[in-house]
Ligand binder design. Structure first.
Ligand SMILES: [Zn+2]
Length: 430
């Protein structure tokens, strides 16, 4: 599923999305005044909510399967198996660090590239093109043509990366035109950037290629325990230790609760350690978060199994708080950013407690943000897990410290974080 739209500036998954409309364009502004606009008929998934422009009205559908953080993992796996069967990298063009300019891909015919990568190297493949000239997508494979990453955004450029710590190895890049694209062919530049994975690599700073940040692998089966939209692969770069903690926790959670649908990995950071949206000119998160691969936005595990993302409350409200009050939605109302304490929620406290406990085992979790009516239920569930011998009291105490809202954090009120009505935020130690 692809959204064919020209996104000028993106709304935020972590901040409210006030909107207004004119005759055939849906326009809105973030609280700080940055504007976004969709044309009529266009749609955009902000990672948790599907926004559609219909007749000039901006419609918001938080439960759309298009925003489930990856959709049907089985279908994705089937599609991937098909792609592997069609894969034909025999004539792959060898590449190395640098730029191959003015490459061409023809509809229905993939262009293939091969990179022989030395042990201890992280390589970034940047396929650079204007989206309006053709919706190019990419996949990265290992030497056995097993899929590593899929990047299928509906914007300019695609990026995938090869993380190669152990031995000299070979990777294959497939560049193709999305099957629904009308262009007979499209042109692109392919830039390959290599960064050594050695101890001398400086600490990441946003805006520089960094060996400490790597890309979330494509989730090929539900057993991985997580889902992630291939449209957002460029925003799924995180630190190596954060990725290891996430993969461990999602996999072990699924093992402990067999059949649990995968957890949606929403926005993390971009390939240069920047806040998602910076490249488009509108960061989707506040300053100093989601930088350098330390922070993740994840969906809630839910009692209804809709774990890919979406609103978890019966009702959301806006309250005048220390945050400065309600945001105007441009239509005479206000933007909701807390679950209504008078209503219920669909988060699964037991699975959330168990998952966060697994994350805590990594010892790198700094703070976790969740809605104020959900936090107490998670903490109560953690106490039950301790009583049942399924969680240590040390992990439970850690969970209490990291989930209870310490004074002094922005967005932190009454045991919960504002704007976390559809996702949790996890910060790790820096
Ligand atoms: Zn966040």
């Amino acid at each position: 599923m692809r959204a064919a739209f020209a996104l000028l500036l993106a709304p935020s998954a972590c901040a409210p999305v006030p909107s207004s409309s004119s005759s055939d364009v849906c326009e809105g502004a973030l609280p700080d005044g940055r504007a976004f606009a969709f044309e009529d008929g266009e749609r955009f998934c902000d990672g948790t909510t599907l926004l559609e422009c219909e007749g000039g009205d901006l419609l918001s559908n938080p439960l759309s399967p298009e925003c489930s953080g990856g959709g049907d993992a089985d279908a994705d796996a089937d599609a991937d198996a098909d792609a592997d069967a069609d894969a034909d990298p025999v004539d792959a063009t060898p590449v190395g660090p640098g730029t191959l300019s003015d490459q061409q891909v023809v509809a229905g015919e993939s262009a293939w590239y091969r990179l022989d990568l030395a042990r201890g190297t992280h390589a970034m493949f940047e396929v650079l093109f204007p989206h309006g000239s053709g919706d190019i997508d990419v996949k990265l494979y290992d030497r056995g043509l097993g899929t590593l990453h899929i990047s299928e955004s509906a914007t300019d450029d695609e990026r995938v990366s090869a993380w190669n710590p152990d031995a000299d190895d070979t990777f294959y890049l497939e560049v193709f035109l999305w099957e629904g694209d009308p262009h007979p062919s499209a042109r692109f530049d392919l830039r390959v950037v290599e960064v050594p994975l050695d101890a001398s690599t400086p600490v990441c700073s946003a805006g520089a290629a960094c060996a400490q940040i790597r890309q979330l692998p494509a989730p090929l089966t539900d057993d991985a325990g997580f889902s992630a939209s291939s449209e957002r692969a460029a925003f799924h770069f995180m630190r190596h230790d954060v990725l290891q903690a996430l993969l461990y926790a999602t996999r072990e959670l699924r093992a402990a609760f067999p059949g649990t649908p995968p957890l949606g990995v929403l926005q993390v950071g971009d390939w240069l350690g920047r806040i998602p949206g910076v490249k488009e000119g509108a960061p989707w998160h506040p300053d100093y978060t989601h930088e350098n691969g330390f922070d993740m936005d994840l969906a809630y595990y839910r009692t209804d199994g809709e774990n890919g993302g979406g609103y978890v409350c019966e009702d959301e409200i806006c309250e005048v708080t220390e945050a400065g009050g309600c945001y105007d939605d441009g239509a005479g109302g206000s933007v909701d950013y807390f679950c209504d304490s008078g209503g219920g929620h669909q988060a699964d406290p037991e699975q959330m407690a168990a998952f966060l406990g697994l994350l805590m085992e990594s010892r790198i979790i700094r703070v976790v943000g969740a809605d104020r009516i959900i936090v107490p239920d998670i903490l109560a569930a953690a106490n039950v897990l301790v009583d049942e011998g399924r969680m240590t009291s040390g992990i439970r105490d850690d969970l209490h410290r990291k989930l209870e809202c310490p004074r002094g954090y922005d967005q932190c009120f009454s045991m919960g974080w504002a704007f976390h009505v559809h996702h949790i935020h996890v910060s790790t130690t820096r």
